[in-house]
Design a protein. Structure first.
Length: 156
C-alpha cells in the first residue's frame, strides 16, 4: 500500500469519516482496508460524488468539474500541472478548504481539511448552490453561442 493511501486511510480514521479510495493508477487491490475504508478500481464520478459528504482528490480538471457538479465540498491535494490552479479556485469559491500541496500532505492536515469540508455549513451551502448552477447550465448551447459571437465578430 502506497504512502498516499496510508495517509488517506489514517486521515479518514482520525476525522471519523468513512471513505472510498479509487485506486485507479495507484495499484491498490480492491479490498476493504478497514471498517471505514473501501478500495475500488474505478466507479463513475457522476454516480459516486453526489452520494458523498465530500470528495478528496488530486485536482485534475475533470475530477474537479465532477465534484463541483455534484454539489459537495471538495478537498484538493494538488500534485502538478493545473492541479494547484483548481485547488485555489475551489478554495476561492468557498466550496472547499485550502488545498494541501502534495509535499505538505500529512495525516493531520488531511484529517483537518476533511473535517472542515464535512462540518462547515458555509462550505456545504456554497457547494450545493454551485452544483445546482452548474447542473442547470447548458454548456453546449453556451459554447455554440460564444463560437457564433466570435465568428460573427471576425467575419463582420
Amino acid at each position: 500500500m502506497g504512502n498516499i493511501a496510508e495517509i488517506c486511510i489514517q486521515a479518514l480514521i482520525r476525522a471519523k469519516q468513512r471513505g472510498i479510495i479509487l485506486s485507479g493508477w495507484g495499484g491498490l487491490h480492491k479490498r476493504r482496508l478497514s471498517e471505514c475504508v473501501l478500495t475500488v478500481e474505478s466507479v463513475p464520478h457522476e454516480w459516486l460524488f453526489p452520494r458523498t459528504s465530500a470528495v478528496v482528490h488530486h485536482g485534475g480538471a475533470g475530477t474537479t468539474a465532477a465534484g463541483l457538479r455534484a454539489g459537495v465540498p471538495t478537498v484538493i491535494v494538488p500534485f502538478l500541472l493545473d492541479q494547484p490552479f483548481w485547488g485555489k479556485r475551489v478554495y476561492d469559491l468557498g466550496v472547499g478548504p485550502k488545498p494541501i500541496p502534495r509535499r505538505k500532505l500529512t495525516i493531520e492536515r488531511l484529517a483537518d481539511a476533511m473535517t472542515e469540508a464535512v462540518t462547515s455549513p458555509g462550505i456545504r451551502q456554497r457547494a450545493t448552490e454551485l452544483g445546482r448552477k452548474i447542473r442547470a447550465e447548458d454548456g453546449i448551447v453556451n459554447a455554440i453561442e460564444v463560437i457564433h459571437q466570435v465568428m460573427n465578430h471576425r467575419c463582420a
